[in-house]
Write a protein that binds this ligand. Sequence first.
Ligand code: BDR
Ligand code: CA
Length: 316
Amino acid sequence: MRILSEGIPLLLALLLTVHPAAGAARKIIIDTDPGTDDAIAIMLALNSPELDVRALTIVPGNVTTAKGLDNALRMMSLAGRCDIAVAAGARQPLFQKLTTAEFFHGQNGLGNVELPVSHCQADVRFGPDLIIEMVHANPHEITLVPLGPLTNVAMAIQKDPSIVPLVKEVVLMGGSVSGGNVSGAAEANIHNDPEAAQLVFQAGWPVTMVGLDVGNMTLLTRKHIETLARHPGPVSDFIYKVAVFRIAFSEKLGAAGAAMYDPLAVGVAIDATLVEAPLLHVDVETKGEFTRGETVANRNGRNELNVLARFADGDH
Ligand code: BDR
Ligand code: CA
């Protein structure tokens, strides 16, 4: 995948504009492990008239499900959006122990920015069940936007495979075709539940993988966030502080800015022309000693053409 235009100014402009949810907007469910860049992505989605956020389902990843649920509810309360369903999902990846990433996202997962206690209530449904219900209630209309490990989405299709043809598309942050961030091969969201990711990639629905390759080109810098500082308010102040945390962390690692992984996936859900996405067959490595969690993309295209079947003269 290639970025076709400068993504960050567009993302910032959208964050600063408050719009009521529009009738013709694309209905999305965000599955998330909030998470600093998840937080920025969620606020971006809420402030984008192109999107109608129907639900947040919480998956374990950057933080535990309990912490992620609390973070999501506090954010919805801050944004005045208690109308959006927020439901806890799985507690663990399908087949491995949970490893969280407070070292990267801060002790509370939100860059140590403390938000007031939420006025919103959690939805009582189990996250994967909520996905199933909403997809059936809105056939061919829901776009799934997973921003964390794919555990909840995999559980939903395992429980009810009939949702697959009823989902409009899946635009996910995860994977890479050029090396990982957790290991040499694997990106964090896929590494945190490779079996779930393989189920999601092989389900048969349209998947747009917004991977590290493009996320690493979408850097938020101190210059960008000056714009946020000029527009104070509860949400922009929160995002400003989260962004400062992420930028400072990235600067310590020698990067020019903070990679906006999850916000870019939301950006692609808003406007697919932000990127160029060739059709590739992608499998997830679930067994490799060094490559578990790698997204193995066949750059020859959608079909597996990497086996030499016969020569043109028919001798083989
Ligand atoms: C992904 O992993 C998480 O740390 C981020 O929130 C993002 O979804 C990037 O590898
Ligand atoms: Ca995330």
